[in-house]
Design a protein around this ligand. Sequence first.
Ligand SMILES: [Zn+2]
Ligand SMILES: [Zn+2]
Length: 344
Amino acid sequence: MKAAIWYGQNNIEVKDITEPKYKEGDLLLQVICCNICGSDIRTYRHGSNSIKPGTVLGHEFVAKVIDATNCDGFSEGDLVIASQDIPCGECWYCTNGYENVCENKLEIGKDFQGAFAKKIVLPEVILKKGWVRKLDSQISIDAGSLIEPVASCLHTQKLLPPKEGDNVVIIGAGPIGCMHGELAKHAGADKVIMADLSSSRLEIAEKFNFDKYINSSKEDLVQVIREMFPFGVDRVISANPSVDAVRQAVEMVRKKGVVIAFGGFPKANYMVELDGNRIHYDEVVVIGSYAYSREECDEAMDLIRKGAISVDNYISRRFPLEAIEEAMVLATKAEVMKIQIRLD
Ligand SMILES: [Zn+2]
Ligand SMILES: [Zn+2]
């Protein structure tokens, strides 16, 4: 079968590989589509400490069940999605309700073959731990492919719930930033202000009708926000890989406000310098947010059913698997939202 194999920095090739092996209890799937995630782009461009060359990436997929022998609750023809991370369920974090930061998690597209391939097997362990979800008729294929990132963004709100009427700044107007913006509005935010260094990215994000768009390569973001909100904003979400954005976030949030570092940082530049006196005297809270729980996945599906996420605004382009290299190169540019690889 055809699969895209990642060989290292800027090196991905579509090849014929042997069909994945599976046993009774594993779920054999035919992949319909798989979106390119920010983490796939990071691996493609910068390499990875943990993913071995020769791996098939891809986890934001929707797939159809081909064989569900001995898979409780699943049958042939079901449309399914899965979480990228599969927590162990046994470590201290898993048993204390923090499975998203499991010590021994396994990952699709790292420990298991990913979904930039015609077929994928979800091993019994993933099913047994409850990380596979069936899509119902209210969730389209495109919507299904967005559940994983929406659940990650929803997790941020669960860590420190926003208040009705909050003013929120989001730094990074990519798909993740826009999902945070839509979820903030759904949770009752007053103003959502979107900032980015790229004017093309801001232009694309305009279709979400957020309250203000700021090009931080042309304007001093902290100053603009401080002019709009002299006391600072309630919440800043840094949805990008820049350490500088987190520093700016601490400068523009109000006393007792919340700064969320959502994006992972590149391995060459991950140290963040912050104003410690704002953290001490002004009780500014700085937290990270990573992955999500099973409950948050279900809640994300529910929000998508309710229309809290404008699905059609996210998928900018679709490519066949054969053109994945072109798709990856395009995905590294700020001219698109999500890119979807179609395998049907
Ligand atoms: Zn992802
Ligand atoms: Zn664990």
